[in-house]
Design a protein around this ligand. Structure first.
Ligand SMILES: Nc1ncnc2c1ncn2[C@@H]1O[C@H](COP(=O)(O)OP(=O)(O)OP(=O)(O)O)[C@@H](O)[C@H]1O
Ligand SMILES: CC(C)(CO)[C@@H](O)C(=O)[O-]
Ligand code: BAL
Length: 282
């Protein structure tokens, strides 16, 4: 049975009823097979699963899609029921922020100002603040995050380490459409031509992986990824295409690396990333 709760009081009562280990899957709703993979991973690792569904105003910029973001609670509940979630917490903004916008927000540090943080100022302050609040409210043993939002996953791991938050963070590999497009709630904004153009993101990542597998160095990987992006279907505008250390630390890249991309398809901004098997520098 999946119990739907809306208030923090109802959540506290439902949480108190769970014995054994608890896994949390935090989402903004409009659930798709990527979220289902997180739910499956949580089901496998924990005795009980709590799903949170909350479109967090704190992480949206003034010109972003907070109002337009899809809200599909009935369909989401069906996904959670099928996946065997125990509790779904779907609070209102007033429930999460009873005193209005919080005056105290987490500072994500330098990584929070880079990549996504450059294009979305304040984004990771909002994300980490709500993630920490949801961890306090759900008190999980395990928390599951998708690799699709790799910088978010990295920063959540770092927050948990830096602030001694008693939870294990588990990363779940990106789920893709058969043609390579990473599943994302925002894909539903795409028209058919934009959907076709959006394939340039995953094509760039695949080209980067292929270049690394052929023994290419960091420069060759990036060049191959750029070429593939540029020769994709027109209609995308690149925001960034970056090869970094797998921990997203600044400095020279060698060994396990990550290739990250963000681009616009029409008015929709999409992100994707992949591991790059870069040969260690001799
Ligand atoms: N394709 C995917 N594969 C694996 N995990 C995913 C995928 N898409 C989203 N997730 C994960 O699901 C969690 C909730 O993400 P969210 O609800 O923002 O979905 P989203 O599809 O990323 O939405 P958006 O399009 O708004 O970025 C995050 O941990 C995110 O990384
Ligand atoms: C982690 C999260 C639920 C916080 O609002 C959001 O950033 C998301 O859906 O990835
Ligand atoms: N998927 C991460 C949340 C966001 O883009 O707002």
């Amino acid at each position: 049975m999946t119990e739907l709760v809306h208030t923090r009081k109802e959540l506290a009562a439902a949480r108190d009823g769970l014995t054994g280990t608890v896994g949390v899957v935090m989402t903004m709703g409009a659930l798709h097979s990527g979220h289902e993979a997180l739910l499956r991973a949580a089901r496998e690792r924990a005795d009980h699963v709590i799903v949170t569904i909350f479109v967090n105003p704190l992480q949206f910029g003034p010109n972003e899609d907070f109002d337009r973001y899809p809200r599909t609670l009935d369909a989401d509940l069906e996904v959670c029921r099928r996946a065997g979630a125990d509790v779904v917490f779907a609070p209102s903004v007033a429930d999460m922020y009873p005193d209005g916008e919080p005056k105290v927000r987490l500072n994500p540090g330098p990584l929070g100002e880079d990549l996504e943080g450059l294009s979305r100022p304040g984004f990771f302050h909002g994300v980490l603040t709500v993630v920490l609040k949801l961890l306090q409210l759900t008190r999980p043993d395990l928390a599951f995050f998708g690799e699709k939002d790799y910088q978010q996953l990295t920063l959540v791991r770092r927050m948990v380490r830096d602030l001694d938050v008693p939870v294990e963070v588990v990363g779940v590999p990106t789920v893709r459409e058969p043609d390579g497009l990473a599943l994302s709630s925002r894909n539903r904004y795409l028209s058919a031509p934009e959907r076709a153009a959006a394939l340039s993101l995953s094509a760039a990542l695949r080209a980067g992986v292929a270049a690394a597998e052929e023994g290419g160095d960091a420069e060759a990987v990036l060049a191959a990824a750029h070429r593939a992006f540029d020769s994709g279907t027109p209609g995308t505008r690149l925001d960034y295409l970056v090869l970094t250390d797998a921990d997203l630390e600044p400095g020279p890249v060698s060994g396990p690396a990550r290739l990250l991309i963000a681009a616009w398809a029409g008015a929709t901004r999409l992100i994707d990333n992949t591991a790059i098997p870069l040969a260690p520098r001799s």
